[in-house]
Design a protein around this ligand. Structure first.
Ligand code: FES
Length: 284
């Protein structure tokens, strides 16, 4: 009797497609070809399991009295010998096929598992500390967008300028608002009294809601407004949000004046700038 080879053929198709995926992915990838190979790898696996199950597993209803769940040694030995039993040529051939199909199934799953590992490469480079650090550091001058260092007497009360770390005026995580505040209203955060310099304070310009540039400043009220969703930050109160969807204060940059009278950073920001992300700790 001629028996169908559908399970074997399906698993072989799945294995070949899985290996094909490995090759295509490791040589640079090709979306359409990858899609096609994924289809054949998964379809081969599915068809192989269905046809193999129909062909090799008993298709009959049996009723068994309830008994202790664990099989005795004798029962396990009998089952083992039943499974590998050889008898007529046809039974022997069937047992051989069953073993081959099991091996092919393992091969198909292994090839697919290997192909599944490769998309990890598509996650891109590890960000390491890039999301937590900016180019500010102790002694780094604050400069305007054209690279000019900012003098301590450059700003009048209520004026502000967007500053960057010297040499990094294009760094997306570094725009900083340097503000000369009104000393009558300003209340420094406890423990940060020396983070301001000659009436100036510096906060990250990147909104903690969704990273727009916070740039609208009302000198009279001391409020900074984000134009995107109207989050409002109080410069005189540690830039804590007083309105809108932002929930975190704008990070403060500790600043000082160097021996030549230029504004410098005392250190980097003490916390990541911008919106919250997945592994930010509770207090940052
Ligand atoms: S990005 Fe600033 S309020 Fe939404």
């Amino acid at each position: 009797m001629r028996r169908s080879k559908a399970p074997q053929i399906s698993f072989i198709v799945s294995i070949v497609s899985g290996l094909g995926l490995l090759v295509v992915y490791s040589t640079g990838g090709q979306p359409q070809l990858e899609g096609l190979l994924w289809f054949y790898a998964l379809a081969g696996l599915g068809v192989g399991i269905i046809t193999g199950t129909k062909k090799y597993l008993p298709n009959e209803e049996t009723v068994e009295d309830r008994h202790t769940l664990a099989s005795s040694d004798a029962e396990m030995a009998a089952a083992r010998s039943d499974f590998f039993r050889t008898g007529s040529d046809e039974e022997e051939e069937l047992a051989g096929e069953r073993r081959t199909v099991l091996r092919l199934l393992v091969g198909a799953l292994a090839a697919l598992g290997g192909a599944l590992l490769f998309p990890i490469r598509s996650l891109g480079p590890h960000p390491s500390q890039d999301l937590r650090e900016t180019d500010f550091a102790e002694g780094v001058r604050l400069v305007t967008v054209d690279g000019s260092p900012i003098k301590s007497d450059q700003l009048g009360v209520g004026e502000l300028v967007t500053a960057f770390p010297e040499g990094h005026t294009r760094a997306a995580d570094s725009p900083t608002l340097l503000i000369r505040f009104n000393e009558d209203n300003f209340i420094p955060i406890g423990g940060r009294e020396d983070w301001v310099a000659e009436g100036m304070v510096a906060y990250s310009k990147i909104c903690t809601h969704a990273a727009c540039g916070v740039g609208l400043y009302q000198n009279v009220t001391g409020l900074l407004l984000c134009p995107c969703h109207q989050s409002t930050f109080d410069v005189n109160d540690g830039c804590r949000p007083s309105f809108g969807p932002a929930t975190r204060a704008l990070p403060q940059l500790p600043i000082a004046i160097d021996s030549e009278g230029f504004v410098v950073a005392q250190a980097d920001y003490p916390e990541p700038v911008g919106p919250g992300y997945w592994d930010r700790t509770n207090n940052t």
